[in-house]
Ligand binder design. Sequence first.
Ligand code: ZN
Length: 192
Amino acid sequence: MSAREIVEIGHPVLRERSREVTLEELRSREVQDLIDDLIDTKRAANGAGLAANQVGATLRIAVVEVTERNPRYPYKPPIPLTVVVNPVIEPLDDEVAYINEGCLSVPNLRGEVPRYLAVGVRYLDREGREHEEVRHGLAAGTFQHELDHLDGTLFLDRVVDPRTLTTWTEFERFHRDAFLERAARIVERFGS
Ligand code: ZN
């Protein structure tokens, strides 16, 4: 169990479509170790989630977890640790909100990304059991961000207006308050 190196934008592995994991592979020590390391790496970096290709493994596995008062995203309500294997996500309606996002593989940049506010997620957990869940609000956005990674998509690809891009420092100085107000309205409505 250890944190692995997170690759950054420009590394080709972030642009590949990751492949499905077989049940046999999922049971292997190698893949179980990878899942443990994804969790450790995400926690060490204070991320809201991490996809396997962000540590160089092109398998369809991601972890999502938001703890109380995450220092990178203090406005996100907690999400219990969720390991998703071979996930499939679909919007439940057309409504989107512009969410200000960052990414551990895109250092020091944030931008506004349209995300569906209600999604269905089907996946296997690390033991291979099937799950089907509905996620709403900011949590729905977090899942869309992580599952995008598995298709080689970064949040930057979905930024509609590049003028919303900011460094983390300038976000804090000029954009944080307006976004926190919008985020609070989403959380009030969906509880997540
Ligand atoms: Zn990311």
